[in-house]
Design a protein around this ligand. Sequence first.
Ligand SMILES: Cc1ncc(COP(=O)(O)O)c(C=O)c1O
Length: 383
Amino acid sequence: MIYLDTQASTPIHPEVSQKVREIMNTCYANPHSQHSAGQQAMHIIDMSRKSIADHLGVKFSEIVFTSGATESNNLAIQGVIKQALTKQDRVEIITTPIEHSSVIETIRVLENNYPGRVSCKLIPIDSTGVVKTADIEDLLTMDTVLVSVIHANNEIGTIQPIRDIGRMLKKYRPESEYPLFHSDGAQAIWSEKLQCQYSNLDLYSISGHKMYAPKGIGALYVKKNTPIQPIMYGGGQEYNLRPGTLNAPLIAGLGYAFSLLQRDDHEQILLNIKTLRDAFLHHLLTIEGVTPNGDLNNRLPHNINIFIPHKAADEMVIQADLAGLAISAGSACHSGALQESYIIQAIAPDNPIQASHSIRLSLSQYTTEEDIQQAFHIIKSLI
Ligand SMILES: Cc1ncc(COP(=O)(O)O)c(C=O)c1O
């Protein structure tokens, strides 16, 4: 099987896998227990927290472990809005139409639960899928408490100008604690360098299984003194923001995956993947009718998304699978059924078939030239 669905889930790095298994076998005590076995497990967690905090350029105590980016996005958005509603009658969220469903659905539920009190404005998006900072500034009002912009898109891979947005929002902060700035970094963190503090981010979501660590583990960066409430209640773990016994093995795996980003060879890995991706894309664009979706420059190095006018995406995914190639289209919902891509719809509103005729191919650091050649032949013959 040629696996080109890394943005759905990366393979697990062998050293990460080894780390998780080692900790699972040796550090089974409850990390919140007072005895030394518990303290040993907590020490493992502390080291991971430090590895993540160092990479993001933030304080140790500003990292909150969660089950993944879905939970991090929920905690960031619901937690901020819950707190803001204790002080303001009306609150506004500004976001993009190309967020992950865990952002879009969370905001939709808040709007429904607090009719007339919570509302959302969408930042206009063009065919590149990259937002303009000035468009966000135009949407700001006195009621804006949260701006949430995905760092890199999960389907079209476009990277947003997070630093510019943060700089613009900072102008409004001397007078008020709002608007807060959140970004969903699940897809970006593996390849994009980001210092949360310099980007003026207040909240940043991370997921393990988008960066060669296991599923079911993630984190949320929460800047000190951010006005936020928990959305779950229990034992008061994670600075009273996220209760529940911490999972030392998975946290160790996440911390280890972050330490890999600091290694000398990481830049070379990124360069190799981009070179392979560029060559692959170049070949794909020689197939009659095939065009790229999204911006070609502000883009993750491992992402390709193409529009194939003569072939429906769901047919393509199934036939590719039968030919031994794993790719994706739209987003896989919990049932595994394909839904038409609202992200492609947002960047190509005038083309009624583009959303149902586009596929994503995402490379991993283990993808080889031979994989790419075979994948190209499969796709070309299916088209
Ligand atoms: C951009 C983005 N945000 C959030 C998520 C959800 O992450 P998790 O599976 O860790 O909950 C994903 C996963 O597909 C994603 O791509």
